[in-house]
Design a protein around this ligand. Structure first.
Ligand code: ADP
Length: 204
């Protein structure tokens, strides 16, 4: 659904502009959208970047797949339709954080190109940075931090990305991390370097 259900609603214009918020915070609001297989390292890198930047006085927040599925999206499962709605809602939440001037990092498998592209399209051009956390399936399966691959192989987790559900790699991501061969610190460092070089960490 692209239009609101009700016709009796109108938008309120805030008195504080985004530029004023960003000037107060000394940074640019942005969504850093991590995508990749389960156990590829999305959460690990996102929380590391969050910790480093917060330590530097920046205002960040991490939206993580499992956390959101315990609250906002607890009514959703893993069918293609539910995954689609899961990612749509996260995209809207991420947009709100961006507009509030926050550096928000999202860690969701988000396997479908169409869903990720839609979340890019609802934001301004520079507000969405797609980070492909590339890691071979064999490495993810070896790590298996939550035992999910073992369960999926045993047929206990239906529609598991990479095993019994597809993963569509990004065609044109801003950043590609190779977490199978680089360290967590290197990957996190590359994200921060991108933000520095492109002016996200400077005041407006
Ligand atoms: P995801 O959020 O993609 O499901 P997690 O971050 O939860 O993945 O798990 C990735 C696991 O892989 C963690 O246990 C992490 O310590 C490990 N790991 C090993 N090397 C790396 C790396 N270079 N980058 C990220 N995670 C790594």
């Amino acid at each position: 659904m692209s239009q609101p259900k009700s016709q009796n609603i109108s938008k309120v214009q805030l008195l504080v502009t985004r530029a004023q918020r960003e000037a107060a915070l000394g940074q640019r609001g942005v969504t850093i959208w991590f995508t990749g297989l389960s156990a590829s390292g999305k959460s690990t890198i996102a929380i590391t970047v969050d910790q480093i930047l917060t330590g530097r006085g920046k205002h960040c927040y991490v939206l993580d797949g499992d956390n959101i599925r315990h609250g906002l999206n607890r009514d959703l499962g893993f069918s293609p339709e539910d995954r689609n709605e899961n990612i749509r809602r996260i995209g809207e939440v991420a947009k709100l954080f961006t507009q509030a001037g926050i550096i928000n990092l999202t860690a969701f498998i988000s396997p479908y190109i169409v869903d990720r592209d839609r979340n890019r399209e609802i934001q301004e051009p520079r507000d969405f940075i797609e980070v492909y956390v590339e890691c071979p399936l064999e490495v993810c399966e070896q790590r298996d931090p939550r035992g999910l691959y073992a369960k999926a192989r045993a047929g206990l987790v239906p529609e598991f990305t990479g095993i019994s559900a597809p993963y569509e790699a990004p065609l044109n991501p801003e950043i590609v991390l190779h977490t199978g061969s680089e360290s967590e610190e290197e990957s996190a460092g590359r994200v921060i370097e991108y933000l520095e070089k492109n002016g996200y960490l400077a005041g407006v």
